[in-house]
Write a protein that binds this ligand. Structure first.
Ligand code: HEM
Length: 178
């Protein structure tokens, strides 16, 4: 399995890095556009229009980013195995063989943790959106507002922050190997 992954990675290196970066652009960029461009535009509408519009736009964004979340983790695993961050850091028994390479290897773990939190947060936002859409269909705007409000106020900004951190760590990893 590992040998196959390494071979696959080296056959398509440029393409894999390209779709990893593209996925980050779509996911993080999409959230930034939604939070800092669309959100303020929706704020100008009356609640009866604002909430359905916001729910619709969020639903569209979530559908667009879903495949890129999967592509991000698949390409990430291929890059992590392909470049051999673990092999450079520890031996077969798990003993550290190079302190600097071990630090870099920890950044790979950190990015994996960030991806996991972002993906869980995404799932939670989808769940809240589904609830909000149900409330809108029943005409219960206050309940829909509660469900959507937290997405805009905390959950999307949290994922933007985590995403930007992951992009920075990507640059660190990029310059940690030849
Ligand atoms: C799942 C865990 C992840 C791992 C193991 C991982 C791993 C990597 C690695 C090894 C690189 C270096 C590529 C190279 O050397 O050319 C990289 C680059 C990059 N990563 Fe990730 N990544 C992960 C998640 C993410 C996430 C969640 C984002 C953003 C949402 C992201 C955005 C980027 C970007 C923009 C680059 C390009 C940096 C550059 O070329 O200077 N990554 N990533």
């Amino acid at each position: 399995m590992k040998a196959w992954m390494v071979e696959f990675f080296w056959s398509y290196t440029e393409f894999l890095v390209f779709i990893h970066v593209l996925s980050a652009v779509v996911w993080v960029g999409g959230m930034i556009a939604m939070r800092f461009a669309a959100h303020y535009s929706f704020q100008e509408l009356e609640p009866a229009q604002r909430l359905p519009r916001t729910a619709q736009a969020l639903g569209n964004l979530f559908k667009i980013v879903a495949p890129f979340i999967v592509i991000l983790i698949v390409t990430a695993v291929l890059m992590a195995v392909g470049w051999g961050f673990r092999a450079a850091a520890v031996d077969a028994d798990g003993n550290v063989i190079d302190a600097a390479a071990f630090t870099v290897y920890q950044f790979v773990h950190l990015k994996e943790a960030i991806w996991l939190v972002m993906a869980l947060n995404y799932g939670y936002m989808v769940w809240r959106l589904v609830k909000a859409k149900k409330s809108i269909a029943l005409g219960d705007m206050p309940a829909a507002k509660v469900m959507l409000g937290m997405i805009g106020k905390y959950l999307v900004p949290l994922n933007i922050l985590l995403g930007v951190t992951a992009i920075y760590l990507g640059v660190v990893l990029r310059y940690s190997h030849a």
